[in-house]
Design a binder for this molecule. Structure first.
Ligand code: DX5
Ligand code: ZN
Length: 225
């Protein structure tokens, strides 16, 4: 029973990077109906990471396809120039990387001033102390369990210790800050991330595997139901 209550708190955020880009609206609607809590949108610029994906106009076009939280992960540098455009496009949470600009605190303040939830994403080699003086303003901390840029990579297990440390730091604040894990999440690694203290799991490959008829089962499996 206790385990059941715990697992009910786990949120699944399907990364649409693994969706069929030719049918993106339908894919977003399908994972929404299949039980997704958030919709994870990976924005890449071919500069901060070696891949190019989605811009604000696509986010805007997807917005009518779901009422779920749009969890927008910006892997772009600089991010500041585009925060307003993603806010206007319908992002609910906007997450930046501290390496993407010189003034992380200012970027977080800008996101909050736009009326959105603010997140910070830590690459596998980024130390936890970057969040230390930001805790009062953060709504999400995203731990990258792969190097950002591509779906379908293997989970880096050294990130589990980082998740545990961040869970303690979050609990010490008493604030409701999401601890999200992104990269290589599947039925084997999801329980490890949850046990370490994560409450939001991003999953691209593991959500979209098998096509629309499998999405609900895939999400259920990841949630640990
Ligand atoms: C990687 C992205 C991830 C990625 C996850 O840079 O941030 O969100 O799409 O994909 P999977 O779940 O396939 O590892
Ligand atoms: Zn992501």
């Amino acid at each position: 029973m206790v385990e059941k209550i715990m697992s009910n708190k786990i949120k699944i955020s399907p990364s649409i990077l693994s969706a069929d880009f030719a049918r993106l609206g339908e894919e977003v609607s399908a994972v929404d109906k299949a039980g997704a809590d958030y919709i994870h949108i990976d924005v890449m610029d071919g500069h901060f990471v070696p891949n190019i994906t989605i811009g604000p106009d696509v986010v805007k076009a997807l917005r009518p396809h779901s009422d779920k939280v749009f969890d927008v992960h910006l892997m772009i540098s600089p991010a500041d120039l585009f925060l307003e455009a993603f806010a206007d496009a319908g992002a609910d949470i906007i997450t930046i990387h501290p390496e993407a600009g010189p003034h992380t605190h200012r970027s977080i303040q800008t996101i909050k001033a736009l009326g959105k939830k603010a997140g910070i994403s830590l690459n596998p080699a980024t130390p936890v102390n970057v969040v230390e003086h930001l805790m009062d303003d953060l709504d999400m901390i995203l731990v990258m369990s792969v190097n950002p840029g591509f779906g379908g990579q293997s989970f880096i297990k050294s990130q589990l210790d980082k998740i545990k440390t961040l869970r303690q730091m979050i609990d010490a604040t008493g604030r409701d800050i999401d601890l999200e894990v992104d990269g290589g999440i599947d039925k084997n690694t999801a329980p490890l991330a949850i046990a370490a203290g994560a409450n939001v799991l991003v999953a691209g490959t593991a959500t979209f595997r098998g096509g629309p008829s499998e999405y609900a089962n895939n999400i259920k499996t990841l949630r640990g139901d």
